[in-house]
Design a protein around this ligand. Structure first.
Ligand SMILES: Nc1ncnc2c1ncn2[C@@H]1O[C@H](COP(=O)(O)OP(=O)(O)OP(=O)(O)O)[C@@H](O)[C@H]1O
Length: 299
């Protein structure tokens, strides 16, 4: 594991904002750290970066305990939290050159990073004139200058337009291809589901789900969507035939899917009992809805 925490907790005064968190971030993954606003993501990230002292529990990064190996570990982490530290009166390239001199990194690396984040054409432009998305990408290039093994990004797509979000997503995929691990927080599952290999979902500081994107899809059981104008009678009829009805709305019902056979039997049953069926089909909840269920129902 690149990051492993055990029973990690943190309180601001008497408000416990991180509760016994056990993160497991495998090498080479894009780990989406998800949760609604105020869930405790930034606080957790600050502990991972040693910007906040761990309350209770332990943090291991690269299989070493963080507090006793602080400098060695932090040297191998690139991070972007809140606003990137950019000088607006300098060009994009000058911003990178400044940091490169401090880190004793060669100019070639600066050019490589400009290329990676697709800012080569805008390298000579003042960073103050960059769009929000370009500033974020410059921030990521700064974080990557010293070739870290792990990149930690706190809500890098916040405030970006759909194009900016796609650019950041594609950039993360390129970064992982270089053999790095990316830990990225977001409050929107839809923003990370297309690139994350693993997700951890927290709410009120507690881990609600952790696993691969595939595991998340697996708990997302398919449903049969029945469109009808008489949902109450239809639901009662199905219940009398020992079928579970998971949702009754004005124009449709949802029934947990078991088989194709079940769909045709339900259709026949409804029609034979005089209930008009406008449509009947199998569907998955979209992941965003699943995320809402996880973060609202299981506190
Ligand atoms: N310096 C602080 N002092 C007191 N409480 C704080 C402080 N920083 C954060 N909190 C509280 O801790 C809780 C978790 O905040 P945190 O910023 O970690 O959440 P988050 O998941 O990153 O949310 P967001 O996406 O809104 O940044 C919130 O209730 C917040 O009000």
């Amino acid at each position: 594991m690149v990051i492993q925490t055990n029973g990690l907790s943190f309180s601001f005064g008497d408000q416990q904002v991180v509760k016994s968190l056990s993160l497991e971030v495998p090498a080479g993954s894009i780990y989406g750290f998800l949760g609604p606003n105020g869930a405790g993501k930034t606080t957790t990230i600050k502990m991972l970066l040693n910007l906040l002292k761990t309350g209770e529990g332990s943090i291991h990064i690269f299989d070493k305990e963080l507090n006793s190996n602080r400098i060695g570990i932090l040297k191998q982490i690139g991070s972007l939290i809140e606003q990137p530290a950019i000088y607006h009166h300098l060009t994009g390239k000058e911003n990178l050159m400044n940091r490169a001199m401090l880190l004793q990194v060669k100019e070639q690396r600066v050019d490589d990073m400009l290329k990676l984040v697709q800012l080569t054409a805008a390298a000579g432009k003042k960073a103050g004139q960059y769009s929000l998305g370009m500033k974020q990408r410059l921030g990521i290039a700064l974080a990557l200058l010293n070739d870290p093994k792990l990149l930690i990004l706190d809500e890098p797509t916040n405030g970006l337009d759909p194009n900016g979000i796609i650019e950041i997503r594609e950039l993360m995929l390129r970064i992982v291809k270089e053999g790095k691990t990316v830990f990225v927080s977001s409050h929107l599952l839809s923003e990370v589901e297309k690139m994350a290999t693993h997700v951890g979902i927290i709410n009120h500081g507690k881990m609600m789900f952790q696993g691969t994107i595939g595991d998340l899809q697996n708990i997302n059981q398919p449903q049969v969507y029945i469109e009808t104008d008489n949902t109450v009678d239809a639901a009662n009829l199905l219940k009398r035939h020992n079928l579970e009805v998971s949702e009754i709305a004005n124009d449709h019902l949802l029934i947990p899917f078991t088989s194709k056979q079940q769909i045709s039997e339900m259709n026949a049953l409804l029609v034979q009992n005089g209930i008009t069926v406008f449509g009947i089909n199998k569907q998955h909840k979209d992941l965003e809805r699943l995320f809402l269920d996880i973060t609202t129902n299981r506190n």
